[in-house]
Design a protein around this ligand. Structure first.
Ligand code: HEC
Length: 163
């Protein structure tokens, strides 16, 4: 337990320093912890960057408003690439078979497209690639999640079919 804690804290400290794709793979204790601590939060930053909201105040679009906000969106995608790379490491991949590597590579590739979309400030692309990213998450979860009842994360704006 003590060791698990220390790893988790180390990984948090790394991401607080603004780790990028060149950093050493982040090591956390287990897949579930790394998903909850890193993958999900970064994916949410990306998914929430561009959204169509419809409520009692009417319909409106949420889009990054400044270079800083676009950069934060791109940075989230960059971190997802690094996290996908980390998941190829033996502490995550061991015993999982070749499909695991295909899914992790899929996440790296799509997160790369996501970064490009944010770097070019294209809201349409961010929305579209966000949908693809969601499918990549779900595809791996369908195969590897211990209890399918847990299911893929549902995020507003992300599970809409991309067009
Ligand atoms: C290569 C496979 C793979 C990919 C890709 C993947 N996940 Fe996961 N994810 C897992 C596995 C396996 C678990 C279950 C871990 C466990 O319970 O031991 C999991 C669990 C989770 C959980 C925790 C659910 C819970 O029960 O607490 C969240 C949240 C999550 N993933 C989000 C994401 C998001 C968001 C993405 C895409 C950006 C993603 N995952 C991509 C394999 C993957």
């Amino acid at each position: 337990m003590q060791r698990i804690r220390m790893w988790a804290v180390g990984a948090l400290a790394l991401s607080a320093l603004g780790g990028c794709a060149d950093d050493k793979p982040i090591k956390v204790a287990d897949t579930k912890a790394m998903m909850n601590l890193h993958v999900q939060p970064e994916a949410e930053i990306f998914w929430e960057a561009v959204q169509y909201v419809s409520d009692e105040k009417g319909s409106r679009e949420i889009v990054p408003q400044s270079d800083a906000e676009w950069n934060r969106t791109a940075e989230a995608a960059r971190k997802l690439q690094a996290l996908g790379e980390s998941m190829k490491q033996p502490e995550y991949a061991q015993g999982k078979g070749a499909d695991w590597l295909a899914f992790t590579q899929g996440m790296v590739d799509v997160a790369g497209q996501a970064e490009q979309a944010a770097l070019t400030h294209s809201k349409e692309k961010v929305l579209e690639v966000g949908g693809t990213l969601y499918n990549v998450c779900s595809a791996c979860h369908e195969v590897y999640m211990p209890s399918p009842g847990g299911l893929a994360p549902v995020v507003a704006g992300a599970n809409r079919p991309s067009s």
